[in-house]
Design a protein around this ligand. Structure first.
Ligand SMILES: Cc1cc2nc3c(=O)[nH]c(=O)nc-3n(C[C@H](O)[C@H](O)[C@H](O)COP(=O)(O)O)c2cc1C
Length: 433
């Protein structure tokens, strides 16, 4: 805490995305937090300390051996005063140094001394991000309780297209805020790790990071069918009705289940996402609600677990015009027909031992309506998706979900969709027979 305000210690590293850290710092200030910025020497080649000093009103820390300040061991006092450490953007180099326990500059020395929650937002070229060394470093840090906000996909500054773009600034701010609010209640969990476990590792007990939750083959031998994305309901050969689903939640679930040993069938409506390259994921592309229903009914037979994360249209045009409908004077009406209620139909086809997790997204009374849906559709679990919280729902890389099961509920904080997927899979595996 600084001056009665929660303090964010923002570490900025040598990435082309460093300029976005100015917006991050400003965003925290606007939300009423105090911000201290640390910059690596290479980070200072991309953005100057003066920018941050002007935005935050406090000294930007670069040099561990700078004696030009009130006498305090600065890296220790900055570490003690913070309620959240955020590294954004985090270079491959700094991630590697933290994972290796290296403390050879202001940023890495301070990070080693921080006991508050730590959030890392990587940004780098796709090949660097996919490099198994970088992936291993991140896995190690996750096992030590560090949280990550995954980079986005897109056109990178180096001209490549792929994963590695710094996550959206608004998403970084929302996730950080979620963590800061969550730490107010010390009994709550951080990134699936109890705070007490986190403290244990800080006290010197090394967790077995090879046995991280996402790696445990607890889904081995199970077939998981996941639906994802929107559907497209044709009006004529060039027009259709759809919704804003990006497919990110469903793809994250498919990837997480495959990583945990499941054979996965990913049934996906049209999305802009890359088809997962994983030999344990069979990809089934569909377009309309009726294609989706047919594919689900086919694959449900052999499924142990079905997770319906797709946003399937409830209505479809009653007839599809053969030719492009010509515009004419006046308005026009499209008559819609109800699509097949997939979950409603599966209710009667479900075998003993099969587990069904639905998703719900409502603009009002989310939890009440989701509980009703759980009962009406005879589901085992429903993941209620927030659409109102900033950073949650359609298109974002983060989500805020409440898991509603027959025997209890769990509200997850705003976390990445990848982490949400693991928490949903944790909740399912506990309950499957
Ligand atoms: C123009 C340019 C852009 C760079 N962007 C990134 C980046 O986005 N991510 C990254 O990990 N490294 C990037 N690098 C390489 C890092 O700056 C380099 O690894 C450096 O040693 C990182 O130092 P630091 O981690 O101490 O800040 C970039 C280098 C240049 C010259």
């Amino acid at each position: 805490m600084l001056d009665g305000k929660k303090n964010v210690l923002l570490a900025v590293t040598g990435s082309i995305a460093a300029y976005k850290a100015a917006d991050i710092a400003r965003g925290f200030i606007k939300k009423g937090y105090s911000v201290t910025v640390m910059l690596t020497a290479n980070g200072a080649k991309f953005i100057t300390p003066m920018t941050f000093e002007t935005l935050t009103g406090s000294k930007c820390l670069v040099d561990t051996f700078d004696r030009n300040f009130k006498y305090e061991v600065e890296h220790i006092s900055a570490a003690k005063a913070c309620d959240l450490l955020l590294v954004a953007p985090a270079s491959a180099n700094v991630i590697g140094k933290i994972a290796g326990g290296i403390a050879d500059d202001m940023v890495t020395t301070t990070i080693l001394a921080v006991t508050a929650p730590k959030l890392i937002a990587p940004a780098m070229n796709t090949a660097m991000y996919d490099n198994p060394i970088v992936q291993d470093n991140m896995k190690k840090l996750k096992a030590y309780g560090y949280q990550f906000i995954d980079p986005a996909e897109g056109l990178l500054a180096c001209g490549d297209t792929g994963r590695g773009k710094l996550a959206d600034v608004e998403d970084i701010l929302s996730v950080s805020q979620g963590i800061l609010e969550e730490t107010e209640n010390e009994t709550e969990k951080v990134s699936g790790t109890e705070l007490s476990d986190l403290n244990k590792s800080e006290a010197g007990e090394a967790p077995d990071y090879a046995a991280e939750a996402g790696d445990a083959p607890d889904y081995a031998g199970r077939t998981v069918v996941v639906t994802a994305g929107p559907t497209q309901e044709a009006i004529d050969p060039v027009r259709y009705i759809t919704n804003h689903s990006s497919g990110k939640m469903g793809y994250s679930l498919a990837e997480a289940a495959a990583k945990r040993g499941a054979k996965v069938v990913l049934i996906s409506g049209p999305t802009a996402l890359r088809v997962p390259e994983n030999e344990n994921i069979s990809f089934v592309p569909v377009v309309s609600a009726s294609d989706m229903a047919e594919a689900v009914f086919t694959h449900f037979e052999k499924a142990d677990i079905l997770i319906m994360a797709a946003a399937v249209a409830d209505y479809t045009p009653k007839t599809v015009a053969d030719q492009k409908i010509k515009k004419a004077d006046g308005g026009m009406t499209i008559e819609l027909a109800r699509t097949t209620d997939i979950l409603g139909t599966l209710k009667d086809r479900k075998r003993e031992g099969q587990f069904i997790c639905g998703f719900s997204m409502e603009t009002e009374n989310l939890l009440g309506n989701s509980r009703k849906k759980l009962v009406k559709k005879n589901l085992d679990m429903i993941a209620a998706n927030s659409i109102v919280d900033p950073g949650a729902g359609f298109g974002h890389d983060t989500n805020k979900v409440t898991i509603i099961a027959r025997d209890g509920e769990e509200s997850l904080p705003l976390i990445s969709k990848a982490e949400t997927a693991d928490r949903i899979l944790d909740a399912i595996i506990k309950r499957v027979k």
